[in-house]
Design a protein around this ligand. Sequence first.
Ligand code: COA
Length: 160
Amino acid sequence: MATAVYPGTFDPVTHGHLDILRRATQVFSHVVVATTEVPQKQCLFTLEERLAQLLQAVEGLPNVEVQSFSGMLVDFVRSIGASVIIRGLRETTDFEYEFQMALMNKRIAPEIETVFFVTALDYLYLSSSLVTDIALRGGDISAFVPTFVEDAIMQKLGKG
Ligand code: COA
């Protein structure tokens, strides 16, 4: 079975991401979770912090590895001998962006397939920036992220 790469900013990783990841491990023999700098985004956590959080989040998940990359995603996928990119789909608004990215990646690297997992209903409206915003306003985020991520957000926001 193929090695798949699950890329994202993961700023921070949420239960929505982890749900996709768990399901991906049931389909692919080896899944590499890959994070990177995304210049268009103003991240709450540094790349090193996001990497450390991902490492902790995937503990106990079989056949999962965490890596960071720079440059093009398809170059990274090729460099590790993988052939699949995994993306999660939530509402229809994700579709346009994901469709564009998948087609562009296909244009650059025709041998790499993008495979979409539809989000679990519980995580339909979840996003990393929403979680951070809720935390910033004093809301309860415990249902959306692992406890250690919740603690890291609180600390980062000076609410620890
Ligand atoms: N559950 C909950 N939230 C989810 C989710 C899920 N299953 N899937 C996505 N999200 C959220 C994320 O939390 C994030 O929320 P935010 O915008 O509030 O922070 C948002 O959806 C999208 O994030 P993510 O999945 O991390 O994707 P991204 O758009 O940030 O990452 C890369 C995009 C890193 C994959 C892309 O920019 C990339 O490939 N970069 C490398 C450069 C490159 O190759 N560019 C050419 C691409 S064609």
